[in-house]
Design a protein. Structure first.
Ligand SMILES: [Zn+2]
Length: 124
């Protein structure tokens, strides 16, 4: 291993660097810093986006899916802030798609009920 301060090659089990006198920091070699281990991946809502796309058939489903993929891509590239931003946008798109989907369902039921009532009143 090398000295963490000056880079001098150190022998095993030495307590300090013969060149600069700093203690060898072995823990740095045992636990290398990795953003993928320390930072949890933001939720990409990929499954929800696909469901929004399939069941709602709205442009929002496509938008949500794109933001989900961008979230994954940004995180894989180490752009954590960007990944969080895309994660939030994907969530918002999915939420709006879900509400819109429910509203469409309610309107569809309402129209069906009006149709049934109109049909029944037409019999009198
Ligand atoms: Zn040194």
């Amino acid at each position: 291993m090398n000295c963490s301060r000056c880079g001098t090659v150190l022998e095993e089990n030495v307590n300090f660097c013969p060149n600069c006198g700093s203690p060898p920091q072995q823990q740095n070699f045992q636990q290398p810093y990795s953003p993928y281990n320390t930072i949890p991946a933001p939720a990409d809502y990929l499954i929800w986006s696909i469901l929004s796309l399939v069941f709602c058939c709205l442009p929002l489903g496509i938008a949500a899916l794109i933001f989900s993929i961008q979230c994954k891509t940004a995180f894989a590239a180490g752009r954590y802030e960007e990944a969080i931003k895309h994660s939030r946008t994907a969530f918002q798109c999915n939420l709006i798609a879900l509400i819109a989907g429910i509203l469409v369902l309610i309107i569809w039921f309402a129209l069906a009920m009006i149709g049934v009532v109109a049909e029944n009143s037409g019999n009198f």
